[in-house]
Design a protein. Structure first.
Length: 326
């Protein structure tokens, strides 16, 4: 299967679509009484008052989520190939993206994090272009605005502001205008939101938006480890990919090295941002899928022993299906 997706064959578009729904057999098989879809953060409802919470039946919700994942996978695949992050262009990034978004049941429904992945993929594309342009002020400003829009959808997305500064450190020499541009782009979005609050004589509530920033990072976690056994194959592949990446690190182009460093930090920031949402759900970690998928794709793109990597991937997919059904 991996060998098939190592090629840029148009027939893989059909295979990816079929694979997307194959991994969702378990959730289609289950009966669902109700699936809520919080389209926006409560503080943004004043700006865009669209009630989609109960607009879809459970199966419609799952079906639309699958189609969105498929579109995201193709977009993500194009971004990774355009920036030459792998040995050669392939459909492996899209394959790994779809696999990553199928690890848990909550990943397979409509959620704010799923919508934010469109913005995250867009941001990744813009970050990777920073080192290729003479003046990046406009690009950084755009990134700030995209993060602002994502924050309206899902508040923890705001932590991507940190990635602006990390990206500038990696790809650009210091220019204070570029550092400020991202913040101005972000503030611009919330300036308009503040105006709406002011017009509605509710400015005091606007200040409450920022209270989660004062949350302390939790020191104790309540985890049911049985729910996360499916991550064992993921961990194994990531370890193998890391070893392979270390072996090839200094043979790669400097821009490629910096890109992988950026994606590593993005994975960490995305995972850690859950603390900004006290009632966060498992689907929060969908934000980790885009950067993590590149590392998984890197391993399967560079692996040499076909019997081993094909068997490893089959076991990976079977373990996902097993833990979804049990």
């Amino acid at each position: 299967m991996i060998n098939q997706f190592r090629k840029l064959n148009p027939i893989n578009l059909v295979f990816l679509l079929a694979y997307t729904f194959f991994l969702r057999i378990a959730i289609f098989h289950e009966t669902h009484d109700k699936l809520n879809f919080d389209f926006l953060e409560p503080f943004a409802r004043l700006l865009i008052n669209i009630d989609l919470d109960n607009a879809f039946t459970p199966y419609t919700n799952i079906f639309i989520a699958a189609l969105l994942v498929y579109v995201q996978a193709l977009t993500f695949n194009r971004v990774v190939n355009n920036h030459n992050l792998l040995a050669k262009p392939s459909f492996l990034p899209g394959l790994m993206f779809i696999t990553g978004t199928s690890l848990f049941m909550p990943f397979m429904i409509l959620s704010p994090a799923l919508l934010c992945n469109f913005l995250l993929i867009w941001i990744i594309d813009k970050f990777l272009k920073l080192g290729k342009s003479a003046n990046s002020i406009t690009t950084v400003f755009d990134i700030g605005m995209i993060i602002g829009v994502g924050t309206l959808i899902y508040f923890p997305f705001m932590t991507m502001l940190l990635m602006i500064f990390l990206a500038l450190l990696l790809f650009r020499s210091f220019n204070w205008r570029e550092w400020v541009a991202g913040l101005i782009g972000f503030i611009t979005v919330f300036f308009f939101l503040a105006v709406f609050y002011y017009w509605n004589d509710n400015l005091s509530s606007f200040y409450q938006i920022w209270k989660p920033l004062g949350n302390k990072f939790p020191s104790v976690f309540k985890i049911n480890y049985n729910d996360y056994l499916v991550l064992i194959p993921v961990t194994v592949i990531i370890i193998l990919a890391s070893l392979q990446l270390r072996e090839n690190f200094f043979r790669s182009f400097i821009s490629t090295r910096k890109s992988f460093q950026l994606l590593f930090f993005m994975f960490i920031v995305s995972a850690a941002s859950f603390y900004l949402k006290p009632d966060f759900r498992t689907w929060h970690f969908l934000l980790c899928v885009p950067p993590g998928s590149v590392l998984l794709a890197y391993y399967f793109s560079n692996a040499k022993k076909r019997w081993f990597y094909e068997t490893l991937f089959v076991l990976f997919v079977l373990s996902i299906q097993y833990f979804l059904f049990v």
